[in-house]
Design a protein around this ligand. Structure first.
Ligand code: KIV
Ligand code: ZN
Length: 509
């Protein structure tokens, strides 16, 4: 019988710590629902004390997302643990994850406390968390640079205090696979009460070894892996969920282990994370990169045509990468539209469905063939339910040889209609300068990315922008068959997000 490895997804917590990856509450809920469809066991929904936005996201995910255990991170402090409990108390399945550093480097330079004090704080934190919930995880932060006998002492003490999962983090991505596997074996052998807890691992990717380290840990008895979709996270990121899951699935006999992940949901989950965070996946990334299943060489293509297994160790279908389906056209009705959305994983409220259907009809008029990817772009635009301070009403841009690029933009700003004309170095620049003047934004455009969603010159263009103001970075998206309009939509979307952060959401920790 295969050992069932639990997948603890921390895309919403450690993943959100990627530079520029902040998500608003609605985006977090959308992603949490997709994680539930994907079949992860635990969702670390945030760090409750770090901001009101994280608190609200944890609370709402706990109430609205069925299936996985919902978890909040908390430092080993009373106020953190109380706040985590406040956020989680209505969730039917809940976990508090508390942590304290244990390496001498951290204790001496950052905390300035003794090992004894760190141990005492860890035990007290676990006891307090256990007074609220039955499911408590403890992480000795920087475990891989902690002296092993002391690490074992802490792990034993927190299990004694009631921890049900003990997580061994490679916080700085320092470990080597054999060494990390050995560490897990030693913890398993030396900690007397280890059978009362699940051993988890949390590997960072600073040396590109996060997945290899997590797999080595599984070979040595780890029962839970912490990971993120697309491997996003602090610095070089975390263990990539899709790589770990597919390594176990593809080499099940080697590992004698598997997960409950519905791998067919991987591609959709990866695309959703890219869309929400604006962090693209490199084309050659394993499992979810654009080239992961593309065979270029003639010899490989010849082999594949004869027998797929010659050059394919897993099928694109197994990760939900289907050949683009022609799904709908201008004669398709609302019912068929709703059904198709359901099949590709989106259930919209009546109001959102009406808006999305209107956009679909306009798109179908412009574009003969509407593909699943187009529908996803439309729907995820409708799902960005942040309060809109700015609404793009109308846009006209002129450019060409011998013409000064000029844009006339009509916006609704706080309910009032405004119109302005401006010029720039190109049509997008003219639009952006005009919108910036109209909204009086102090923000700076950090990145501008444009992508054709499906092939052909009538394809929907999708624009992603990153905008920064006062240290806060946000991502905006817009999709349209007209790339200038898509650019304007993306910019306005980003400015709305900045307004949201300015009004409602203090800076994350
Ligand atoms: O990297 C780390 O050590 C963490 C802990 C909070 C588990 O993210
Ligand atoms: Zn981490």
């Amino acid at each position: 019988m295969d050992t069932r490895i639990k997948i603890f997804d921390t895309t919403l917590r450690d993943g959100e710590q990627s530079p520029g990856a902040s998500m608003n509450v609605e985006e977090k809920i959308t992603l949490a629902k997709q994680l539930a469809r994907l079949g992860v066991d635990i969702i670390e929904a945030g760090f409750a004390i770090s901001s009101p936005g994280d608190f609200e996201a944890i609370k709402r995910i706990g109430a609205e997302v069925e299936g996985p255990v919902i978890c909040s991170l908390a430092r080993a402090r009373k106020e953190d643990i109380d706040r985590a409990w406040e956020a989680l108390k209505d969730a039917p399945r809940r976990r508090i994850h508390t942590f304290h550093s244990t390496s001498d480097i951290h204790l001496k330079h950052q905390y300035r406390i003794s090992r004894e004090e760190a141990l005492k704080r860890s035990v007290e934190a676990v006891k307090l968390a256990r007074s609220y919930v039955d499911d408590v995880e403890f992480s000795p932060m920087d475990a891989t640079r902690t002296e092993i006998p002391y690490l074992c002492e802490v792990v034993e003490a927190v299990i004694e205090a009631g921890a049900t999962t003990v997580n061994i983090p490679d916080t700085v991505g320092y470990a080597m696979p054999d060494e990390f596997g050995d560490l897990i074996r030693v913890v398993r052998e030396k900690v007397k009460n280890i059978d009362k807890a699940i051993i988890s691992v949390h590997c960072h990717n600073d040396l590109g070894l996060a997945v290899a380290n997590a797999l080595a840990a599984i070979r040595n008895g780890a029962g839970q892996v912490e990971c993120t979709i697309n491997g996003i996270g602090e610095r070089a990121g975390n263990c990539s969920m899709e790589e770990l899951v597919m390594a176990l699935r593809t080499r099940k006999a080697y590992f004698n282990a598997d997960t409950a992940v519905r791998t067919e949901e991987i591609t959709r989950s990866s695309r959703l994370v890219t869309k929400i965070t604006g962090i693209p996946v490199q084309p050659n990334k394993a499992i979810v990169g654009a080239n992961a299943f593309a065979h270029e060489s003639g010899i490989h293509q010849d082999g594949l045509l004869k027998e797929r297994s010659t050059y394919e160790i897993m099928t694109p279908e197994s990760v939900g990468l289907m050949k683009t389906n022609l799904v709908m056209g201008k004669h398709s009705g609302r019912h068929a539209f709703r059904d198709r959305l359901k099949q590709i994983g989106y259930e919209l409220s009546d109001e959102d469905l009406n808006k999305a259907f209107d956009r679909f009809k306009r798109l179908a008029d412009q574009k003969k063939e509407v593909f699943d990817e187009d529908l996803e772009a439309i729907v995820s635009d409708e799902m960005q339910q942040i309060q809109e301070v700015y609404v793009l009403n109308h846009l006209r841009a002129e450019s060409g040889t011998g013409v000064t690029p000029t844009a006339t933009v009509e916006l609704v700003v706080d309910g009032k209609q405004v119109k302005q004309t401006g010029q720039g170095d190109g049509p997008v620049d003219a639009v952006y300068r005009t919108i910036a003047a109209m909204t009086k934004t102090q923000s700076k455009l950090d990145a501008y990315l444009v992508k054709g969603i499906t092939g052909g010159t009538d394809a929907l263009g999708e624009v992603t922008v990153k905008v920064e103001e006062g240290g806060k970075k946000v991502t905006g998206h817009g999709a349209d068959t007209d790339i200038i309009v898509a650019s304007a939509k993306a910019y306005v979307n980003a400015l709305n997000k900045l307004e949201y952060w300015k009004k409602g959401r203090p800076k994350n920790s």
